[in-house]
Design a protein around this ligand. Sequence first.
Ligand code: DP6
Length: 399
Amino acid sequence: MPEERTEQPHIVTCTAPVNIAVIKYWGKRNEDLILPINSSLSVTLHQDQLKTTTTVATSRSFQEDRIWLNGKEEDITHPRLQSCLREIRRLARKRRNVGDSGVDSASLSHKVHICSVNNFPTAAGLASSAAGFACLVYTLARVFGVEGELSGIARQGSGSACRSMYGGFVQWIMGNKEDGKDSLAQQVEPETHWPELRILVLVASAERKPVGSTSGMQTSVKTSCLLKHRAESVVPGRMVEMTEAIRKKDFAAFAELTMKDSNQFHATCLDTYPPIFYLNHVSQQIISLVHRYNKHYGETRVAYTFDAGPNAVIFTLQQHVPEFVHVVQHFFPPETNGADFIKGLPVNCASLSEELKQGIGLEPMPKGINYIISTKAGPGPCVVEDPTQQLLSSDGFPK
Ligand code: DP6
């Protein structure tokens, strides 16, 4: 083989999705291995609206491992990055020894250059670490010719990242082994299972979250007895009920469990000492709006869930999207009512009856919501074949 060909970096690009938990993960029993105190369940969001793209290049000419995130070089020595790199290389070495690694897998001694971008603003407080670590692990695995179960490695980047390794409806089984080998994600139903289900991300604020999930949950584990009760006595039953609600496409049951679990997670935050507040006045107004809307119709048509930040994620069925978006627009009048307010899947126009407005009866809160991303459940990580989409040039440096 001519010398210059071996010098050409081996380049792979992949994308991975964001996920939103409907049964929340909050609290670890092992900080290094990222082992949770309870199982959790999430919906993978469609990558047409929210995704991370990662390109990894390897070459014998690279001096060291390096990483660029959203255009800026970051510290590769970050322990969680190091865990993912180490575990993928370990798995690749193991497979190579038994002789079943991919033919074009990069040489294990070679250093990697990693470049990663999101198609949504990181500052919007959406779950970028889940998509980010899922994408990193998936791409590294492709580069080194590693196949099979990878959620256990993604988990060591960020707990919720293990759920972004699959599409559709995904559970993270907490496991009970000391070494974490049984703490893995698993698809419950594929993304095609419930085509009517729609997801609206209401971006409430562009501020960064006050307390990060990692340190927030540490304090909760240390101080909240409600969290202990939740993990031991509430979540196990809810995992069964939620799986069943999804299997049967029972929206009312799915919605009620989703809202109750979000509320209990935020209650454990309040039970943390000192307390943590992720919900703000806009989030509280959204909660009231959803309950009043459902009450008006005498059925559960819409559900909310909130992670470690004030943004709301709304679940509803396709037929209710136009009206509910209109309701949000009415009660949170945006600065400009243009097309910019709704991003993602197109939303048809709808009119609001006076009866509905009065039934809800809230005082409008101008500019409370910046914009809405309209999306649905989507597939897991995938490889990008088109070389023009690579984030690293043929010299292995960001374009
Ligand atoms: C509230 O996965 O971000 O979004 O494992 O420390 O990286 P680390 O935490 P992270 O926590 C996510 C918490 C949550 C709930 C959830 O996604 O289940």
